[in-house]
Design a protein around this ligand. Sequence first.
Ligand code: ADP
Ligand code: ASP
Ligand code: MG
Length: 450
Amino acid sequence: MKFGGTSVKDAEAFSRVASIVAGQAGLAPVVVTSAMAKVTDALLAAFDLAKGGDSKAAFGSLEEHFERHGAVADELLAGEGHSNFALELGLAKEELSSLLLRVERRSLPLQMLRDAIVSYGEQISSRLLTEVFRASGLSAIHIDARRLIVTDDEYGSAKPIWEETRDLVKAELETPIAAGEIPVMGGFIAANRSGETTTLGRGGSDYSAALVGAALAAREIQIWTDVTGVLTCDPRICSDASTIDVLSYNEAAELAYFGAKVLHPKTIQPAVDHEIPVRVCNSHLPDERGTMVLAESGVSENGIKSIAHKTGITILRISSARMLGSYGFMSALFQVFERFRTVIDVISTSEVSVALTLDNTEYLDKVVAELERLGEVEVERGFAVICIVGEGLRASTGLAAKIFSTIADTNVSLISHGASSVNLTFVVREAEVADVIRKLHAKFFSSQES
Ligand code: ADP
Ligand code: ASP
Ligand code: MG
């Protein structure tokens, strides 16, 4: 059972989580929690402040968040539980203060310090949740996630090493579970082989939950959040977005990757590999079924299940007469992206040109400089990818016509269709994305139309 930041945002939310877990205590749950809402952002901002030379201000900026934890403890804990947590919080503060000072002095590699700092969100939320469970009569034990999840050295988005992680999870968790205890751990945080703290990337607590669920061959991986399951589109764009009952792993992976924030893109993989159902449910409405993500979902009546989108996209177009009838060009092109560890999202090619999209532009200048050796390069910023997902999309007739006729007055910059059987992806100007999604959502999901 994984609880996201909004599900542990204040004392009331912590209590709700305790009662949800109590309701499943007989099913031998393992609990994975995110940091309290806004804490990860605050820790990252503190790191930046310290990097800029003001570690004191950085530490000061965290005070309100320490107080938020303290307020939950004051409201829900008493006696030993309260003093245990106060001790943990005190230690965390001391360590954060010295880590921020190290950032200012550059006394260790910054990437490493950044992960060490940001990990405190989950470290303290998981300690607090453990005490709240105990106070409500559950037999809970805190487990340091960094002892279970082993990753490579890529700070900030470390990759788990599966076999080692699986063996450690089993070794550490099977005994307490068999003894009827509920292990509670922070998501998102891990450690490399030398024991240095790493993190799995923003939103990575879902990933932790999936790894632990897969290692233990759990009956189900539950992602508890602030909306009822995966919706037909981002609820912040269409207030009438509705819950999808069942999604396939493929559909969920496409949606997650293309911006449906509700699931971390990589979450799905450990679940797919071990065929474990993933349920996305609402911690405010725990009795609703939410969305089940399974191996097969079937084709929906209107042909599509959901519309995801991702903003902040840059388009690169490379054209070269050398491409005409020649082989090896694509390979040379991809090598540039490989060298700069830059992921391509959408790609479309013609006889003499290639257009592709990126959302990470950290190395854009270097990438462009290299690509200019291959041909002429154009860079356009300010785009959004829209991804329409549904099992059977490729096989259906007339769906593409219906999609594009609905948005006939929009300039579409790039289209990709056919590579996956479950998605149709296209790129529009960022300023138009909300309007385009609303039109499509109305066409495909409101009962009056379609
Ligand atoms: P958590 O803190 O629980 O991990 P997230 O913020 O990561 O929560 O994800 C939940 C949010 O994802 C929702 O509040 C919603 O605004 C957003 N979201 C975007 N697209 C979708 C979608 N298709 N279905 C559900 N939620 C979505
Ligand atoms: N706390 C981390 C983040 O905000 C991880 C997570 O919540 O999944 O990105
Ligand atoms: Mg999330």
